[in-house]
Design a protein around this ligand. Structure first.
Ligand SMILES: [Zn+2]
Ligand SMILES: [Zn+2]
Length: 182
């Protein structure tokens, strides 16, 4: 729909994916996009409709643009051969442009709803320590997977028990299963 302001955050076909259906507004995280939408639910893990947050109109376009770049890097990171190292150098560096932009967008969204930025940590990272402030992280209970968060920085990352590859496989599977349910 041409007059839909959220057009750039819509999946090509919104019938093919399920959305967060949690009864209360839940904390959200920005990360790997599911069908063009990088806004996900901390509790069920599903995609959150941008208008239900609601994502302010002023950041729809920057959020969509950031999402393409972040998600493209995650795709390249998942490539075991040619691009992995390069993409890792961007994703693991909390000061890289893509991470700084993600943190800044999450901070903006946090004014509306608690929002975390998903940090793709190095495999050997000490998950008890925040990549930004070096302060201690805490486990996020009741979420869709085992996560560690730094609340002051608004950062979330996978717990040490999951490698990123495992996380992505489980995440994709969960999205598929829950989408079939809805
Ligand atoms: Zn949810
Ligand atoms: Zn921190």
């Amino acid at each position: 729909m041409a007059d839909d302001p959220y057009n750039f955050l819509r999946p090509c076909n919104s019938n093919v994916i399920g959305f967060c259906n949690c009864p209360q507004p839940t904390p959200i995280w920005l990360g790997q996009e599911v069908a063009h939408n990088p806004v996900n639910c901390m509790i069920c893990g599903m995609s959150v409709r941008p208008e239900s947050v609601p994502v302010p109109k002023a950041i729809i376009s920057p959020l969509a643009q950031w999402s393409r770049i972040y998600s493209a890097l995650v795709e390249l990171f998942s490539d075991p051969e040619e691009y992995h190292e390069w993409a890792a150098s961007k994703l693991h560096d909390i000061h890289s442009g893509v991470n700084q932009d993600g943190l800044s967008l999450a901070r903006t969204l946090s004014e509306i709803r608690i929002c975390f930025f998903w940090y793709v940590r190095p495999e050997q990272w000490d998950v008890g320590s925040c990549p930004k402030c070096s302060g201690p992280t805490s486990p996020n209970e009741g979420g869709f997977c085992r996560m560690q968060i730094c609340e002051p920085c608004g950062i979330v990352m996978a717990d040490r028990s999951d490698s990123f590859a495992d996380f992505m496989v489980n995440f994709s599977r969960m999205i598929e299963e829950r989408s079939n349910d809805t």
